[in-house]
Design a protein around this ligand. Structure first.
Ligand SMILES: Nc1ncnc2c1ncn2[C@@H]1O[C@H](COP(=O)(O)OP(=O)(O)OP(=O)(O)O)[C@@H](O)[C@H]1O
Ligand SMILES: [Mg+2]
Length: 401
């Protein structure tokens, strides 16, 4: 297949039919494999935006949503050139410039890199590549936080295994070995960091993480419910048009993981310092600033800035701050009045996860996958969960007999 026909005729016609008759710009959501992308599709479509859901995996959950046209694309991380060509072809089919919402780090980097060659065909809720590239590095974020007085976990940047061992003298154990550049690390190890309790574990973790610029970080003490999020959209002038504040109540896996249950909770000082940090980094667009409250001294220490929508952003929408829509409106020349989640008290949860206990928080709560209005992704998720459970049961029976 040549680069000229990545999108074939019947696909072009399907896209044209989906967009026909709409006067407003469509939106593209990239990477809809899980609740982040699925949530963005639903938040935009609920407001009447025509959405194209893009993913390279035919199995992606969000491709089942009735709220978007499913479109298969090349893998933004492993096929970067084909992905860029695909975007060039797609842009030609759009009736007007369309906001694009990458929902994971690799897709975000791929779109930002391709942006220069796409003319004005797409609109971006994130800074240009020159500013985004350093911002995707944790070291850059931590250094800016320190400059403006936001607390950070004690962190060292060893350049050899021996220096890593020496850093333990200062940081103590346990500690985390984290990549400063997380995209490749996540692909290689399907996790965000290694927690090390001993020097032997540190040696092993450092060796594995070495290609990804590892850093050593103290483990901030406290439960997972001490992980706070400030989610926002900043316009081109740095004005916050939408702000959410909340915290995780439970992560999976515990300790170093992703949100399983979260709640909204407004902490004004945290909102102020997070927005200040974003502005110090010259950030514009959608982001999550995550901080953990250290139970030893009550300080809030920066975990990271995610320069994109985060896993549980639909809780913000439930609190009246529909961040994808706010970004869409601002980018298409119809900026809404600023709003915040202050005063809203809601919860969010992923109830069913394969291999894990079912979690039902106290109702009412926002369910991440199941939706009466958009049932198919939930049914597919349920079927996959059931199949995995069945297989696990069979394995247990076999090993018992
Ligand atoms: N220094 C630390 N102390 C305690 N917990 C930490 C620390 N660093 C990271 N974590 C935990 O690990 C999680 C993931 O870490 P981090 O956000 O740095 O990785 P990531 O790969 O960028 O994750 P994401 O997929 O959310 O973008 C955090 O949400 C937090 O729960
Ligand atoms: Mg991150």
């Amino acid at each position: 297949m040549t680069a000229a026909n990545l999108i074939d005729r019947s696909e072009r016609e399907r896209i044209a039919r989906h967009l026909a008759g709409s006067v407003s710009a469509p939106a593209l959501v990239l990477d809809v494999g899980w609740v982040n992308g699925l949530g963005a599709v639903r938040s935009l479509a609920r407001a009447g935006v025509r959405v194209l859901a893009l993913d390279h995996r035919p199995s992606a959950l969000g491709l089942r949503s009735r709220h978007a046209l499913p479109v298969l694309c090349p893998d933004p991380n492993l096929e970067q050139e084909r992905f860029a060509t695909f975007l060039t072809e797609l842009v030609e089919l759009l009736p007007s410039p369309a906001p694009i919402f990458p929902t994971h780090d690799d897709g975000l980097a791929a779109v930002a890199r391709a942006a220069g060659s796409l003319g004005g065909g797409l609109l971006y809720p994130f800074p240009d590549w020159q500013r985004l590239e350093p911002l995707q590095r944790k070291r850059f974020q931590l250094e800016h936080a320190t400059e403006i007085g936001v607390a950070i976990p004690a962190t060292r940047y060893p350049s050899s295994a021996a220096e890593a061992r020496a850093a333990v003298e200062e940081l103590g154990l346990p500690l985390l070995v984290k990549p400063s550049e997380p995209i490749g690390f996540r692909l290689a190890f399907q996790r965000q960091a290694f927690r090390c309790e001993t020097l032997a574990e540190l040696d092993d973790a450092y060796a594995k993480a070495e290609p990804f610029v590892p850093m050593l970080q103290e483990v901030v003490r406290g439960p997972d419910s001490a992980l706070y999020t400030v989610g926002s959209y900043l316009d081109r002038n740095g004005e916050a048009l939408g702000v959410f504040c909340g915290r995780k109540l439970r992560q999976t896996p515990p300790g170093v993981g992703t949100c399983r249950v979260g709640e909204s909770l407004w902490l004004p000082d945290l909102v102020i310092s997070s927005l200040e940090l974003l502005r110090a980094c010259e950030f514009v667009g959608l982001s999550q600033v995550e901080l953990k409250r250290d139970e030893r001294d009550g300080s809030y220490k920066l975990m990271e800035i995610n320069p994109r929508l985060w896993q549980w952003h639909t809780l913000s929408d439930a609190c009246g701050v529909n961040l994808p829509l706010i970004a869409y409106r601002d980018l298409t020349g119809d900026p809404p009045s600023p709003c915040t989640s202050e005063g809203a008290r809601k919860r969010w949860a992923i109830t069913l996860l394969a291999g894990e206990r079912t979690v039902f928080p106290r109702p009412p709560y926002v369910e991440a996958v199941f939706s009466v209005r958009d049932p198919k992704p939930g049914l597919v998720h349920l079927a996959r969960w059931g199949l995995k459970k069945l297989r696990a049961l069979k394995r247990t029976k076999r090993s018992a007999s």
